[in-house]
Design a protein around this ligand. Sequence first.
Ligand SMILES: NC(=O)c1ccc[n+]([C@@H]2O[C@H](COP(=O)([O-])OP(=O)(O)OC[C@H]3O[C@@H](n4cnc5c(N)ncnc54)[C@H](O)[C@@H]3O)[C@@H](O)[C@H]2O)c1
Length: 241
Amino acid sequence: MNQPSVIVTGGARGIGQAIAARFKRDGANVTIADIDPSNLEQTTLELEVRGVLTDVSSESDVKRLIETVLERHGTIDVLVNNAGLSDFVPLEQQTLAGFQKVLNVNLTGAWLCARAAAPHLREAKGVILNIASTRAIMSEPGSEAYAASKGGLLALTHALAASLQPDVRVNCVSPGWVETRAPGTFRHSSGDNAQHLVGRVGTPEDVASMVAFLASKQAGFTTGQNVVVDGGMTKKMIYLE
Ligand SMILES: NC(=O)c1ccc[n+]([C@@H]2O[C@H](COP(=O)([O-])OP(=O)(O)OC[C@H]3O[C@@H](n4cnc5c(N)ncnc54)[C@H](O)[C@@H]3O)[C@@H](O)[C@H]2O)c1
């Protein structure tokens, strides 16, 4: 690819910001689409990338995002559906509006972006990466909306891979526990670290490097898959005494 054009939704902070930084470092034209205007401005200045204020659950916002990127860069090579929110509430206190909001952003937003970018991704022989979660395959109480949205993303991934074959590869990355707070502002307990087979909590860069690999030609035979990036947390058997 010659200066690929990459869109990262939810790229104004956290994991999305690290993904945007990684693609920028690798020489891409990066556009961040985020709903938070102040973080968006700060991150676009810091990373020297473009930004488009976007609510991924709004059809008109997504249309405008795709048009803006095409005007600026003429192509879309990589779409990273990373924007997401979580809302953990005991089941009996969950509301229909709350459930639908999480689904609208985490799942419908990814579908809206994929559908709008599809013809351009086909043309570019591009790639879609969806950022799901290990919560798609395991749960704590009160996480129905988030878990359902992330489980939906796993299914959306293989459906899109089928619809967009053979031109566009579509994969999912499922992070486990990833620390997005600034270094030095927190300390993980030895128990936190010990829950992971690699002995530590994840970093946004751990996720970004898997995304970069899956977007690369080196991953040219991989599509429709969910790749778990969790330091082995979901493979560790735990007996309490
Ligand atoms: N941090 C973790 O431990 C972890 C683990 C598994 C999965 N994930 C997933 O990774 C992704 C990023 O997580 P994070 O921890 O960096 O989250 P974060 O909350 O730090 O950042 C999410 C970003 O998405 C943006 N966003 C929220 N709603 C949006 C909308 N409607 N339209 C556009 N942008 C919107 C926010 O403004 C924010 O900049 C999410 O999809 C999350 O579910 C995170």
